[in-house]
Write a protein that binds this ligand. Sequence first.
Ligand code: PLP
Length: 240
Amino acid sequence: MDLSFEEFQRRADGLRARIAAACATAGRAPDEVELLAVTKTHPVIAAEYAARYGLKGVGENRVQEGVEKRAQTTVALRWELIGHLQTNKARLAARHFDRVQSVDSEKLLRHLARAAAEAGRTLPVLLQVNAGNDPAKFGVDLADAPRLLEVALAQPALRVDGFMTIAPLGRDDTETAALATQTFANLRELRDSLATQTGRPLRELSMGMTGDLEAAVAAGSTLVRVGTALYGVRPQPPSR
Ligand SMILES: *Cc1c(COP(=O)(O)O)cnc(C)c1O
């Protein structure tokens, strides 16, 4: 990663301005939306820049990569897992991450709950919902989310903070924007109705990335997960 802290700072300032503008348009206070730096594929200095700038958390999409980076630094940060999690890595994730955003099945949820209990901790989680009905995306279907939430709320070793989603890509920018708006509205509606039903706040709505954070903030996002706009385009994995 060839990026100076000054350049990072300039980009982060730009993002905070984008978030503030989106909040103003939506009649929300800018401090209702947290910026989570997505450091996946980047060296540990990416996380250190985020901490030095004053961000509170970073997102990683692979368990092993996140665990290794975390061990390389002493900066105070919340490390969040935002990528798909297989049950065989649930123990490691439950021990080393401050929150898991990608809980998308009952089986995974039970593995995480057991691992958290064994580790003697309460693990904060978000339920990942495929709110855009995208066959290419992980996440529990909208229709199955109430049941997953019910099971999650019954686990004393888990603390359910809210929900996460990723919007589908359309064939062009116009379609992508429309899908994002719909997806985020779906998740917001789901949250509002489940919060009412369960009497829990389910406050966190993790939605919005570099390309669609304005639509997410308009729909009530509390946490935007941004990689590209902070660190540049990620190297593509080798094609097979
Ligand atoms: C990579 C990733 C992001 C960041 O995406 P950018 O477009 O680079 O901002 C956000 N959320 C998840 C789940 C990701 O995997």
